[in-house]
Ligand binder design. Structure first.
Ligand SMILES: *[C@@H]1O[C@H](CO)[C@@H](O)[C@H](O)[C@H]1NC(C)=O
Ligand SMILES: *[C@@H]1O[C@H](CO)[C@@H](O)[C@H](O)[C@H]1NC(C)=O
Length: 426
């Protein structure tokens, strides 16, 4: 009898151990899934001022998602027709990326390790761009970093689109992704108090908001402890460790696409825009709800700029040297604010792995959509170039529009309460 008793004791012990082990595992996952917005992924080295943050990283490391998959999207003939094959550097890069991809190789044929990508590109540029040294410094800088696509994450919001109650991530109707910069706190706050409020609108439409930030230049005052507070308090900051600059906006767009594919893939629509635009959220939601299902699943809408070409005056903010890019721009939606169907995010992100980075972010998005064979849908209620001066104070004009660029934080608050005033009759 003895061996049997020992055996049963052993079986009971092992069973109890397994039950305990699995229940603790289960606790761990539910714990991380239901963690609030304050559960941020942060670079511990940055949080030197912040005591309670230091205790968090071990928990965050456990909370990892698989990296987004890059699909092998087919590139439309429209892209090849729109962008000529010629001697300009970017044009050559594009066609070589397309050839590499057709051969089943990595389109850019290099390793994009964040710490190495700038140096490896240096020699390549000197030999391939004959007048490289005559380019403005900012464009030289862009070219050196144009293969760098994996900046370290400073603030993440992995639970943004996961509802605490149902653990369903398919409840976000509209995600606002707003390009901001560390110092623009007042603008972010105005957006939070007005059009970017995270509320449930009529018909149960849920809106979520994230602000996309790079890092301040080293010469600037250090705002990191304040940002860290802001990220925890509002749970809406995404920040990556690359310098905030005009020519890094394409990188910012790419990081945002990667984030959304990973953490908010079920959002029905995504808005990409600036922190100084005014958005009439109820009007925008009505427009999105009114779309035919087919259009709703293939939407790229905004103020469309068609038949544009690079500006060639070296002093212009949008200057593009002829030896860098030669050709017109495909039609694109103005970067002040446009809408994309959530259903297109994965393909758009994948297209950005074939199309080399272009210095102007909204033109770049237009190129990626062209590659997918999708044309931008013009909507005259998106006014990225503002409206006529005499209409700016007219609430009835404002109430009908979807987006207006640009408005100060004070004007945003005034407009928002004005168009929501029940006694307003138009
Ligand atoms: C989300 O998905 C769940 C499970 O697939 C489904 O029951 C629910 O109705 C969906 N919710 C919405 C808002 O689509
Ligand atoms: C973009 O960010 C990187 C990383 O911080 C920086 O080295 C580079 O100078 C920035 N590029 C531009 C064009 O500002």
């Amino acid at each position: 009898m003895r061996p049997i008793q020992t055996l049963s004791a052993l079986v009971i012990f092992v069973t109890l151990f397994l039950i305990f082990f699995y229940s603790s595992l289960h606790l761990e996952t539910t714990d991380s899934l239901s963690a609030g917005p304050e559960d941020l992924l942060k670079d511990p080295s940055l949080q030197v001022h912040d005591r309670d943050v230091k205790t968090q990283p071990s928990k965050q490391e456990r909370f990892t998602f698989p990296p987004p998959v890059v699909l092998n999207v087919s590139v439309s003939d429209g892209l090849r027709e729109a962008i000529p094959q010629n001697e300009a550097y970017w044009n050559r890069l594009l066609y070589s990326a397309l050839r590499n991809r057709d051969k089943g190789e990595n389109p850019f044929g290099h390793d994009s390790d964040w710490s190495l990508c700038r140096q490896t590109n240096q020699d390549h540029l000197q030999t391939n761009v004959h007048d490289f040294t005559s380019y403005p410094v900012s464009i030289q800088d862009f070219l050196q970093g144009m293969n760098c696509r994996s900046p370290p994450v400073l603030f993440n919001q992995p639970n943004k689109c996961i509802s605490a109650a149902g653990k369903e991530d398919n409840q976000t109707f509209l995600l606002f992704a707003i390009k901001s910069s560390p110092r623009n706190f007042e603008r972010r706050q105005a957006v939070r108090e007005t059009w970017g409020q995270e509320v449930v609108y009529q018909d149960g439409l849920k809106v979520h908001t994230v602000f996309l930030l790079g890092s301040s230049p080293l010469e600037d005052p250090d705002l990191s402890s304040l940002l860290s507070f802001e990220a925890r308090h509002f749970g809406d900051l995404l920040q990556w460790d690359f310098h905030e600059s005009f020519f890094n906006l394409t990188l910012k767009m790419n990081m945002f696409l990667q984030w959304t594919v990973q953490y908010c893939p079920k959002a029905s629509f995504v808005f990409s825009g600036d922190d100084d635009v005014f958005v009439n959220t109820p009007t925008l939601l009505r427009y999105l709800q009114s779309l035919e299902p087919l259009k709703a699943s293939r939407l790229y809408a905004g103020q469309v700029i068609s038949k544009a070409s690079p500006l060639r005056a070296p002093t212009n903010k949008y200057y593009i040297p002829l030896s860098f890019y030669d050709g017109p721009y495909p039609a694109y939606a103005g970067g002040g604010g446009f809408i994309i169907s959530g259903a297109l995010l994965q393909r758009l992100y994948s297209a950005s792995h074939v199309i080399p980075f272009f210095p102007i972010d909204d033109v770049y998005v237009g190129m990626c959509f062209k590659a997918l064979g999708i044309s931008p849908e013009p909507n005259t209620d998106f006014r990225t170039f503002d409206i006529m001066k005499q209409d700016r104070e007219n609430l009835c004009v404002n109430k009908k529009l979807i987006l207006i660029h640009r408005r100060s934080p004070q004007q945003m608050k005034k407009l928002w309460s004005g168009i929501h005033n029940p006694s307003l009759t138009c």
